[in-house]
Design a binder for this molecule. Structure first.
Ligand code: ATP
Ligand code: MG
Length: 332
């Protein structure tokens, strides 16, 4: 043992005895809910969804001309992006759509929020509180946080939120109420320590990547939506920051919101936080149900998760090879 190892062992022990707990907690840890959703219960349903994309349609006509083919000779590249998908989620729950790259996570979130482009919904429907999803209904009830952050880099975090509060909150809100809402959101997303820091982007140095993701969520949370949809909110973050972010989202779900997010392959402690999981493979839901029942479900089918192995990694990798499992899709 080196003296360093012994020294760090002692300091860790002392820390655990309570001398320096800051080592194991984020600077602004707080489990209270500042900002709960006071509207009614929300329910989101996807029924028998079948979605096809035409990959050939993306190629512009002038490029097709260069192939010297007659229009009837040009092949269409139809590909099924989502196959017969069913899911149901309501307020207070956090549902994670997981699966390997290209399995259809973004397509699913885009269809739900009426932002799908270049594809056709051949059958099925998306219901928000029992009503078919339309762009107007989506704008009123769903906050969609996209994978890329679209923020003004030269504003500070507080200025960004104050600006959005001016534009997005109803006109009957007084200035004091708007300021209060900004304060609540900053507290909820633990952004107090960087509230006066510039947001920045890849050219302008500003807040950290994780903080910027939280600012993007804060911008949407400001108008207090009942349904929050996030496309890969943890991508590009280190695992500790990703874990903290998912805990924040879980708290938002506990505050009577419906949270739906896509994640590539979450680490095991993140996976445990989810209430419901949809595991996609080439557009089909291979598992669709409570997160804690996913491992027993696959184990019962004769595919136990090896010890010390992350279930989302193991099943995410293997599921593409188990085409037989597609027969066992569980609707919930
Ligand atoms: N508009 C489109 N035109 C052509 N192909 C599309 C279109 N939309 C989706 N696809 C195809 O559908 C499949 C699913 O795409 P999608 O973006 O949903 O995957 P993903 O699960 O989000 O992947 P990633 O984890 O890499 O973001 C891919 O094979 C993609 O190429
Ligand atoms: Mg995607």
């Amino acid at each position: 043992f080196s003296s360093d190892a012994i020294f760090s062992g002692i300091s860790l022990k002392d820390s655990l005895n309570g001398r320096d707990t800051r080592l194991f907690s984020s600077p602004e840890e707080d489990s209270s809910l500042y900002f709960t959703y006071s509207g009614g219960q929300n329910k989101l349903e996807v029924v028998n969804l079948h979605y096809e994309v035409d990959t050939a349609a993306q190629i512009p006509w002038y490029e097709k001309l260069s192939e010297f083919k007659m229009p009837w000779e040009m092949q269409s590249g139809r590909q099924t992006a989502i196959r017969n998908l069913n899911l149901r989620v309501h307020s207070g729950q956090m549902l994670a759509v997981i699966g390997s790259s290209g399995c259809g996570k973004t397509s699913l979130l885009d269809i739900i929020t009426c932002r799908d482009e270049g594809g056709t919904m051949t059958s099925g429907q998306v219901l928000i509180n029992g009503k078919p999803s339309t762009p107007t209904l989506v704008r009123k009830s769903i906050a969609h946080v996209r994978q890329d952050d679209r923020l003004l880099p030269h504003l500070t975090v507080r200025e960004t939120l104050a600006f959005v509060a001016k534009l997005r909150l109803p006109t009957h809100f007084s200035q004091a109420q708007r300021d209060q809402r900004v304060d609540d959101v900053i507290a909820e997303l633990r952004l107090r320590q960087c509230a006066h820091t510039r947001v920045g982007n890849e050219y302008v140095r500003g807040v950290s990547g994780g903080e910027r993701r939280r600012v993007s969520i804060a911008v949407q949370l400001l108008w207090n939506p009942g349904i929050l949809i996030l496309d890969e909110p943890t991508s590009g973050l280190d695992s500790f920051t990703a874990h903290n972010l998912v805990i924040t989202l879980s708290r938002l779900a506990q505050g009577n919101r419906l949270v739906l997010l896509s994640v590539h392959q979450p680490r095991s402690d993140i996976f445990q936080i989810f209430d419901l999981v949809v595991l996609l493979s080439s557009g089909s839901a291979v598992y669709c149900g409570p997160a804690r029942e996913m491992v027993p479900y696959f184990t019962a089918l004769g595919h136990p998760c090896p010890r010390y192995c992350n279930p989302s990694d193991f099943y995410g990798d293997s599921v593409d090879n188990w085409w037989l499992l597609l027969l066992y899709v569980v609707p919930f």
